[in-house]
Unconditional design. Structure first.
Length: 428
């Protein structure tokens, strides 16, 4: 073995040792901030705001970040907040992202900080709540910003804190979310090298973290199929063209793309028709039918294949029954794709903080996340933080009135996000 090879091995071992332990200052300050994190979280929880309407939420975030002396930009992608921390030495740039919006869901959980907020959403009066845990993400990142700012002399590089609105999707007719942030240059000036994000999970035990390299959450497409037939009396179907029958044939055929054409050994995929609208009366075959649904994919090539085959099948099937049909797609999220090299590099950090036995390699989910748009531009690592109480058997799902998070899980999120940032920048 030559001298150069020996030096490389020693340096690699040293870096690995460094990543295998939490910085004492981060550990100490995280614990000191835990009660404040919970306080912030409860305030956001009690005062939730819908996508692109996070005005008061943004003000609170801004006040905190400016109080830390950070360089803060407001009104990014309408209500987003971005802050920049320059470390003690020059280096790369890490972005950390938290989503800040709530959902049109009326909370049923009986806690002292229960949301009682009501608003109008799509012309309907609804309750508003953080039924997906974005309040916890916001509070965690506020704490990370405070910790890293207080110890910026240890940072070789720059940290960009991104508080993103409208992850759940902007209101109809509006732009928003990660797409608009990117469009407005959030990953520029300075240019971001990597991005980290987390999501609290009501079904994962407190103290545990789940992750997956590659596709971890699905690309989400919304599709609308318009079928045109020929209206006639229900007693004489041979005198018309039935768009409801054509719709049934299309639905049946679309499933063959999944069962007979998609290489499911690569990743899972789903085609779901969730809504059909047609007709007004039992004895009239209508002229039109409309179907609305979703496609979920975890592999870019499968995504292309499925969309291509749907686009070919829909008009062909309608034509074979004497009708016409068109299909239009709207992309809601891309594949949340964890860069395998970045995951491999940073996994030791997470394992050292949570304990190797508590960091679980998991399967992909067919839910979607617009964090995926950031990952299309720069390498990213997105993982799930446990929020389920140890004594809970069947935790209510996200996006439901009974969604609940055990706040004792937030401390781990603060530690991991802080240490990931420090380890990545200082390893460069």
């Amino acid at each position: 073995m030559n001298t150069q090879s020996l030096i490389i091995i020693i340096l690699f071992a040293f870096c690995s040792m460094q990543a295998q332990q939490i910085d004492p200052d981060i550990d100490k300050m995280s614990k000191e901030l835990e009660s404040k994190v919970i306080e912030w979280r409860r305030d956001f929880h009690q005062n939730p705001e819908l996508s692109n309407r996070e005005f008061e939420t943004a003000k609170k975030i801004t006040k905190h970040l400016k109080g830390l002396g950070l360089e803060v930009t407001e009104n990014v992608a309408k209500t987003g907040v971005v802050a920049i921390l320059k470390g003690g030495k020059e280096g790369k740039t890490v972005a950390l992202r938290a989503d800040i919006d709530a959902l049109p869901v009326t909370e049923r959980v009986d806690v002292p900080f229960k949301s009682k907020v009501k608003t109008t959403f799509l012309d309907t009066e609804v309750g508003v709540s953080h039924a997906c845990g974005h309040d916890t993400h916001t509070a965690i990142l506020m704490a990370v910003a405070e910790i890293l700012t207080k110890h910026k002399d240890k940072i070789n590089g720059t940290v960009k804190f991104i508080f993103q609105p409208a992850e759940e999707g902007p209101p109809p007719g509006e732009e928003g979310g990660a797409k608009l942030m990117i469009k407005e240059g959030v990953l520029k000036n300075p240019d971001v090298d990597v991005i980290f994000g987390l999501h609290i999970n009501s079904g994962t035990d407190v103290g545990k973290i789940r992750y997956k390299p590659g596709g971890t959450m699905a690309a989400v497409e919304r599709f609308v199929i318009d079928v045109k037939g020929k209206q006639t009396h229900g007693s004489a179907p041979w005198t018309g063209v039935d768009p409801i029958l054509i719709s049934a044939k299309i639905i049946d055929a679309l499933q063959t793309i999944i069962s007979r054409e998609a290489p499911l050994v690569n990743e899972a995929a789903v085609i779901t028709v969730g809504k059909i609208t047609s007709g007004v009366r039992f004895n009239i075959i209508p002229e039109n039918a409309e179907m609305i649904g979703t496609v979920r994919t975890l592999d870019p090539e499968m995504r292309k294949l499925i969309i291509k085959r749907m686009t070919e099948m829909v008009p062909a099937i309608a034509k074979s029954y004497g009708g016409d049909a068109t299909i239009k797609f709207q992309n809601n999220t891309s594949i949340t794709y964890n860069d395998p090299d970045l995951v491999k590099q940073m996994l030791p950090t997470i394992q050292s903080i949570a304990g190797k036995e508590n960091v679980l390699l998991s399967k992909a989910t067919t839910g979607g996340e617009d964090f995926s748009y950031f990952q299309e531009v720069v390498p990213g690592f997105y993982f799930f933080l446990g929020g389920k109480s140890p004594n809970t058997k069947d935790a209510p799902s996200h996006h439901t009135p009974d969604f609940y998070i055990d706040e004792s899980g937030l401390l781990l999120g603060v530690k991991v996000m802080s240490q990931l940032t420090l380890d990545y920048l200082n390893a460069q």
